[in-house]
Design a protein around this ligand. Structure first.
Ligand SMILES: NC(=O)C1=CN([C@@H]2O[C@H](COP(=O)(O)OP(=O)(O)OC[C@H]3O[C@@H](n4cnc5c(N)ncnc54)[C@H](OP(=O)(O)O)[C@@H]3O)[C@@H](O)[C@H]2O)C=CC1
Ligand SMILES: CC(=O)[C@@H](O)[C@H](O)COP(=O)(O)O
Ligand SMILES: [Mn+2]
Length: 424
C-alpha cells in the first residue's frame, strides 16, 4: 500500500485522547503537538463531495492556485452535470460521481475519452469518500445527504474538512465518537468554527470558558413578525455579507443557520450548552471568539470570504500565502454587537432546546428544517411558518435518547413525512 506523506503524518500521533477534560476535541488537541514541530505543507490528495456548489467551487479555486500543495482525486455533484463535466475536464481527477443516476450517461459520454472513472448514485458518493489515495475529504455537499459519506470517509481513516454542518447536527455524537476511535481529525470549514479553531491554536492545555459565535443577523435583522409574515424568497436570498448556496442563505435569514452552528460547535469543541453564546455582529468581520478561564477573549477576523477557512482546513496546521483581499480597519470604523431576537427568530431558541433535550431532537430539527426551507423556496409556505413546522415536528416525533445510525435514518425519514404532511 502506498501512503502519501500527509497520511503518515496523521498516523504519527500517539497523544490522542490526552486532553479530553480540557474542553478541546481530543484529536484536534493532539494536532496542536504538530504545531510544536516544523511542518511543511505537504502535498495532499483531496476528494470534494459537492464540487459544484458554493463551497465546492471556491475550494477548486484554492486548489487551482496551489498545484504544488493539492491534487484533486475525486469530485461529486448531485445533478449539475454540465459544471461537473467542465470541472473534470479542467482538473482531471481520477473519479467523478454524479449522485443523480439519470445524469450518468451524459457525464460518462462527455468524459469517455479521458482517463477518468465516472460513477453514479449514493454508493458511488461514499466510494469517492473512501478512495485509498485520498488524504482529505472536503464535505461540501448540503444537508442530511452528507452524513453517510462522511461516516464512510471516517471509517476509511480520511481527514475530514467539514463544511457540511448538518452531519454534526444530525448525529454529532455518533460522528465524533467514530472519529475519535479512528483517530481522524475533523477540521472545520464553517467560518465561525474555523475562527474558533484558529483561536485555539497553541491553547491545547487551556480550558475554554465559553465560545462566542457571531451571527450577521441576516437580511431581516431588526424586523418584527408583522414584517416577516409576507417576506418572499427573493428577499430572504439576499444575504448582507455572504454569497452562499440557497439552503444556507435561507437558514441565515431565519437564524436556523446559527442554531445549526451552535450544535455543530458543541460537537466539534466538546462544549456544554451553556458554554455557547451567540452575539449578532452585522458586519461579519469577527468570525467568532473564544473566552478562556482568565477572561481573555481571542477573536479571528477578516473579510467575509470562505476561501480562507477552506484553505486553512486543507493546509492545517500550516498556513499558505495567498492574494485574497485583505481587511482594512479604516474601511470599518464601526464593528457593532447586538443580542439575537429569539422571540422573532424562534429557530435559534428551538435549536438550543433541541440541543438540551439531545437524543434524536437535533436530527428532527434538521429534517423538518430541510423540508420547510425547500417548501419556502417553492413558495409553498411563508417565512415564519418554517419555524412552526420545525416546532411541530420536535413536539410530535417520538423521542429516542440514545439513537444509533438506523434510528437517525428512521427519524429523518419520519420527520420528512410529517413535515411534508403539515405543509400540504
Ligand atoms: N456556502 C457557504 O459559504 C457555506 C456553506 N456551509 C455549508 O457547506 C455545505 C454546502 O453549502 P453550499 O456550498 O452553500 O451549498 P450549495 O447548494 O451551493 O452546493 C451544494 C453541493 O452539494 C451537492 N448536492 C446537493 N444535494 C445533494 C445530494 N442529495 N447528494 C449529493 N450531492 C448533493 C450539489 O450538487 P448540484 O450542484 O449538482 O446540485 C452541490 O455540489 C452546507 O452544509 C452549508 O451549510 C458552511 C459555511 C459557509
Ligand atoms: C460563511 C458562513 O460560515 C455562514 O455560515 C455565515 O456565517 C452565515 O452567516 P449568518 O448565519 O451569521 O448570517
Ligand atoms: Mn457559518
Amino acid at each position: 500500500m502506498t501512503r502519501s506523506p500527509q497520511t503518515r503524518t496523521f498516523q504519527k500521533f500517539e497523544t490522542f485522547g490526552k486532553f479530553g477534560s480540557a474542553n478541546l476535541y481530543s484529536f484536534a488537541a493532539a494536532f496542536y503537538f504538530l504545531k510544536e514541530e516544523t511542518h511543511p505543507i505537504l502535498k495532499k490528495k483531496i476528494s470534494i463531495l459537492g464540487s459544484t456548489g458554493s463551497i465546492g467551487t471556491q475550494a477548486l479555486e484554492v486548489i487551482e492556485a496551489n498545484p504544488d500543495h493539492f491534487e484533486l482525486e475525486a469530485i461529486t455533484a448531485n445533478e449539475n452535470a454540465d459544471l461537473l463535466i467542465k470541472q473534470a475536464i479542467q482538473f482531471k481527477p481520477n473519479l467523478v460521481v454524479i449522485a443523480n443516476e439519470d445524469k450518468y450517461q451524459k457525464v460518462f459520454d462527455a468524459l469517455d475519452l479521458l482517463d477518468i472513472k465516472v460513477y453514479a448514485g449514493e454508493n458511488a458518493l461514499c466510494h469517492a469518500a473512501e478512495l485509498e489515495e485520498v488524504d482529505v475529504v472536503l464535505t461540501a455537499l448540503v444537508g442530511y445527504a452528507g452524513l453517510k459519506p462522511t461516516l464512510r470517509a471516517i471509517e476509511a481513516g480520511k481527514a475530514i474538512a467539514l463544511a457540511n454542518k448538518e452531519t454534526l447536527v444530525v448525529a454529532g455524537e455518533l460522528v465524533t465518537t467514530l472519529a475519535k476511535k479512528k483517530r481522524v481529525p475533523i477540521l472545520p470549514v464553517d467560518s465561525e468554527h474555523s475562527a474558533i479553531f484558529q483561536c485555539l491554536a497553541g491553547e491545547y492545555s487551556n480550558p475554554i470558558e465559553k465560545i462566542i459565535l457571531t451571527a450577521s443577523g441576516g437580511p431581516f435583522r431588526g424586523k418584527d413578525k408583522g414584517f416577516l409574515t409576507d417576506v418572499k424568497k427573493e428577499q430572504a436570498l439576499k444575504h448582507p455579507n455572504w454569497d452562499m448556496g440557497a439552503k444556507i442563505t435561507i437558514d441565515s435569514a431565519s437564524l436556523m443557520n446559527k442554531g445549526l452552528e451552535v450544535i455543530e460547535a458543541k460537537w466539534l469543541f466538546d462544549l456544554t450548552n451553556d458554554q455557547i453564546e451567540v452575539v449578532v455582529h452585522p458586519q461579519s468581520i469577527i468570525h467568532s471568539m473564544v473566552q478562556f478561564e482568565d477572561g481573555s477573549i481571542k477573536a479571528q477576523m477578516g473579510l467575509p470570504d470562505m476561501k480562507l477557512p477552506i484553505q486553512y482546513a486543507l493546509t492545517y496546521p500550516g498556513r499558505l500565502k495567498n492574494n485574497f483581499p485583505r481587511f482594512n480597519f479604516m474601511d470599518y470604523p464601526e464593528l457593532t454587537f447586538e443580542k439575537p431576537d429569539l422571540n422573532t427568530f424562534k429557530n435559534l431558541a428551538l435549536s438550543f432546546e433541541a440541543l438540551k433535550k439531545g437524543g434524536n431532537q437535533p436530527c428532527i430539527l434538521n429534517a423538518a428544517n430541510e423540508i420547510a426551507v425547500s417548501k419556502f423556496l417553492e413558495d409553498r409556505i411563508g417565512f415564519l411558518e418554517m419555524s412552526d413546522v420545525v416546532e411541530s415536528c420536535l413536539n410530535k416525533i417520538s423521542f429516542i435518547s440514545t439513537p444509533n445510525f438506523d434510528d437517525y435514518v428512521e427519524t429523518d425519514k419520519e420527520t420528512r413525512i410529517l413535515a411534508t404532511e403539515l405543509i400540504n
